[in-house]
Design a protein around this ligand. Sequence first.
Ligand code: NAD
Length: 541
Amino acid sequence: MSSTMRGEAPGPKILPFGARAGPAALKIDNYSRARGTGGVPRGSPKMGSEYGLFIDGTWTTPPKATRFETTNPATGETVGTFVAGTADDVRRATEAAARAFPSWRETPAPKRGEVLLEVARRMRAAKSELGRLVTREMGKVISEGLGDVQEAIDFVEYMAGEGRRLFGETVPSELRSKFCLTVRQPKGVVACITPWNFPTAIPNWKIAAALVTGNTVVFKPASATARCAAEIVQLYADAGVPPGVLNLVTGAGGTVGNALVDDPHVRTVSFTGGVDTGREVYVRGAQGLKMVHLELGGKNPVIVMDDADLPLALEGVLFGAFGTAGQRCTATSRLVLHEKVFERFLGMLVDRLDRFLVGDPLDPATGMGPVASLDQERKILAYIEVGKKEAKLRYGGEKLTGGAYDRGHFVRPTIFETKHGTRISKEEIFGPVLSVIRVGSYEEAVRVANDVDYGLSSSIYTRDVNLAFRAIQDLEAGITYVNAPTIGAEVQLPFGGVKNTGNGGREAGSAAVEEFTEIKTVFVDFSSRLQKAQIDSETAA
Ligand code: NAD
């Protein structure tokens, strides 16, 4: 497979994917044609690879619409072209969602769950095509592209079950002949704004949770992965989601995103993205006193103690740091390494990277594909230049060029040895760049791990059970792994972070229901007389 290695610089062996004409064309058109007839939307999602907006159950292209395209970051090929939505388009979408809301909220929740089960079934049937589309549009390797879709399927199935579990509480009254309970109610029109790094999983986390709880949705995906978004929306429509319940408006964050957050129909904004955008969305949403749920960045540490199982930790750090080319909010971007194993472990890491294949993400042998876009490439390379000035480069540190690499955005996996406190050790890079920080004790490791603005994921490798439990208690993060990498969320558990990673909400698990429901408190007095809480309670005994 990798006999033609490019060995000009110290670094990983490179997969010679230039030998290939390019990734095989995705057969998504066939799968789209094979759609069933239940709940078939009016219109077509696309003409060739041209996609419209999906509003009120119809694919539409507004007159005089301007278009943008998405490209394969490995090859530069066009993946699709999309409408750059306007504030008017957003208004039409939110109006459609508001019109659809009364009927959808009255649809019994188990029935809404059944529609989601059908979505999951169709997504499973389309998994391999969708996985390839994720890889083509975003660049993660094919196993991770398929994993992205699997996570979406898992979550939609999980949420389908929530349709039979939207529990409230029954609570005792302080008065006689009085019954107190809570019920969950949908919020109304929900805006779901998503990033490009999990182009099927993250939208489904939001959409499935919002729909099963009875809300209607306007979905604004990241522009870089608009085709994944369009195909997902089509699946929901095919599965029987009624017109207006799920709408898609593609386009720029500053136009479509702002209009959505400002829109008076929208009561809740569920946002995943960068911290600067999240802050802007939060401030804007506050003007309308909206609930704004934020899932933002991370600077996630793995602590490797001197008693750790080093080969196990090695696999975890590699996957955590360079999986999805480091473009996960939970990516391992800091290795907090005990001084007693420092050189040994770093040596193992560098040695392993020498056999780590970077190249065609559709080839199952590839360890890491391209970064997602030219913007990503520029940002990551700029951070690498910062790192070269403030830290010691131990591996990589450059763009990959020559042959097929010149068609895409390939960055060599990069390792810096750095003191804690440098920019590269504290700022989110969101790329395949690992900062390694030497520490002398558990206490120092935790101090370093916690001394960043973010708090999403964290991990410790140790064989000491007491240290493991101390770390669970001490690490300031929404997620802590023991003897596992910082990535690996499962949909039945809550997901989210502390500090600048968010504003307190959680996605996934049953916690996702909280985000999309209001709690109504109900008092039923069957005493047939006026009873006064707090006032009559002393005489109620
Ligand atoms: P981004 O903030 O640039 O964009 C996210 C989304 O917001 C996109 O759809 C974008 O078009 C939209 N947007 C941009 N400006 C907007 C505005 N003014 N109003 C409303 N929407 C606007 O983020 P990105 O580059 O797509 O994603 C990378 C970031 O996402 C990283 O920081 C990563 O850590 C974070 N992320 C967090 C999680 C999590 O669950 N915590 C998961 C994945 C990614």
